[in-house]
Design a protein around this ligand. Sequence first.
Ligand SMILES: [Zn+2]
Ligand SMILES: [Zn+2]
Length: 647
Amino acid sequence: MAKTKQGTKIEFLGGNNEYRIGANSILIEHSENGEEPKRIMLDVGALFPPDWVHYDAALPDMSSYFPNPYNQVTEPVDGLFITHCHEDHIGALVYLSAAKYELPKEYTSGFTRDFIMSQMHKNNIPEEFVPEIATVKQSDTIAIADNLKVSPFNVSHSTGGALGFHVLTTVDGKNNAGLVFSGDYHLGKVPFGEGFDEEAYKEFIRDKFVSHIFVDSTSATMSADNVVTFDQAVANTVRELEKHKEKQVFSAVIARSVQNLAIDLKAAKDTGRTVLIAGAGLKQTFNILQKRVKDNDPKVLEIFGIEDGQRFNFEDFVYKASDVERADPQAYLSKYPPEQRYMIISGAFAEDKEGRKSCLVLMSEQNKATVDAKGKVKGKGQSGHPVFTVDNNTLFMLRQRPIESINGDKHRALVSRLQALGSTVVLNGDTLDTKYQRTGHANKAETEKFIRLTIENCANSKELLSGKQPLYIVAIHGDAEQLKANEENFKREPAKTMFCLNTDQIMITPDKCEKIAGKSFDEQQWICIEAHSMRGYGANDIFIFDMCDKHFIKQDNLFTIVNVSVKANRKAEKENNYRINKAIEKAKELEEQGISASNIEIRRQVRGDKKGAKIDRYTYEEIKNLRDSKPKSKSKARYKRGGREEY
Ligand SMILES: [Zn+2]
Ligand SMILES: [Zn+2]
C-alpha cells in the first residue's frame, strides 16, 4: 500500500472475509509530517481451508512486513499485538518462524505467550527465529513511538488471557485516532485469567480518547438466550452424566478451548470419574492449565472449589496428570471400568482429512488400531490419536457446534455412524436441555453494552454522545453475513458504521475518516502451508498463492504447483488457464533468478469430490502446451460460503 503521509491507516489483512473465515490480522500504519511510518499488527492468524484442498493452513502474504529469505521488506512492522491464543489469531506465527521470517517483538498476555512458546518449541523452531514476547497487562501502555501508543485491556473469551487493545495515534501532539479493538470477547465470567470486568474497564477507558470501536462479530446474530454461564455448563454436563451413570464417556472438544476443557474437568471431578486426556493439542492446553494451578492462579482454584491452603492435585482425577504425555490409553482402559471413564478427545469438528482423521472419526469407522506404550497408534489409525471401541455402553458429548456450510453434513454423518454403533450421542447447543457450553463471543446485547460502556466512560464521552465528534463502529471477525448483521445492529446516530472486508483500508486524518481503495481481493497474495512442512521439510513448503480457497501457486527453490479447481462452466475454464499462465510466469521468474523450475505440478481437483483429485506432473516445456487445455472432469458441486466459527 502507498505510504501514509499524515494520519492513521488501517488495513484488514484477514479475518474480515467474504469467502472464508480465519487468518485474523489487522495492520495499522501511522505517520505525521511525511516521516517514515510506524506500523503495528494486531494478530497474525491462520485460515483453515476446506478439506478438498491439499494444504492445511493459509495466511495473508507477510513477506513485505517482516525480514525473510523470499522478498524485500517494504513496510516494516514494529510490533505485534496478540489478542489471544486461538489459531485464527496466532496460527501463522509458527509457520512464519519456520520459514525463517524474523518477527518483531510480540506483546500479549502471559497465558497467550505460554501457548506461542510451546508451539515454537514443539515445532523445533531454531532459537534465532523464536520471537521475543513481552507480557503485557491492563494497566500498561506500550509506546511504539511518541505518536503511536497501545494499551491492552482484559476481555472474556473461551480461552484464558484474552486481551482487547486501545490504540492511540496523534498528529502534532493532538489526538488523531482512538481505536478500541474488542478482540474475540464476551462480557461474562471466565474460569481463567482476568476476563472482562465492568468496573475495571470503566477505569481503563476513563482517560482514553475514542474515535473507532472495532467489534468481534462472530455471534452477531445470537441473542442473549444462547448464553450459558460456566457453572450452568458444568451443571448441565453433570446432569447428562447422571442420566448415563453406567456408560463410558467421551467428550469431544476443540483443543484450544480452555473453557471446554475446564467444564469437562470440573464435571469429571464432581462425578468421581477419572479423566484421560487424548490428543496432542489437548495435552498442550492441559499442561498450560496445570501450570496455572502450580502458580496458584486463584480463579483456577476457585472453579475447582479449592479453598485457601487446601491441597489440589489434578493427579487425583486426571490419569497421569503430571506426565500427561505418557498417559497410555490402553493402560487407562484396563485400569478403569467404563463407569469411571471420562475421555476428553479432540476432533469435535469431525476432521477427516485423508491420513489425518480425528480420533472421533476413526472410532466411528471402527478402525482397528493398536496403541503402543507411549500412546502412539500403530496400524490403520494414522492420526496419532488412540482409537477406542464404541459400543452401546458409550456416551458421546459433542460440544462443538458444527459450521453448517463447512462441516454440517460431515458432522451429521459422524453422529449417525456413532449411533449406528449403539452409542448415545448428546449434541450441544440445539436445545436448552442439552446446552452445556457458552460461545466465546459477544451476542448482540453484549456488543451493545460494550459499545455503551466505551462511549459513556471514555475521555471524550461528551463529544461522542452529543455527536460533536463522530464515532465509527466497524464490525470485524466473521464472514460477510455476520459482519453485515453487526453493521445493521449498530446503524444509528450518532455512531456511523463502516463495512469492511479483507484488503479494505480505512484512512483517519485529523479532518476525516474514509474508506480508501486498497488492493482488490483478487490481488491479495496468500501464503499456503502444508502441515508436512512442519515435519521436516521446513521452509520449502511455503506456498504463495493468489486467492485463498481456490488455487495456489507454490514457490520454493524447486518447483511450482498450481492447484486447479475444476468447475463445469466457462468462467472456471478461463480461471484455470489463468492459473496455468500464472504458473508459467512464476516458473519463468524463477528461471531468470537461476532457479530451475523443472518440476511443475498441476493438481486438478473437482470441488467437493476428493476422489476427483488428479495430479499430473509436467516439465516447464510441457506446461506451456497446457495454456488452452480444458478441464478434464466436471462437477456440479458448488462452493459454499463459510459459516459461523466458534474460535
Ligand atoms: Zn477468533
Ligand atoms: Zn478466539
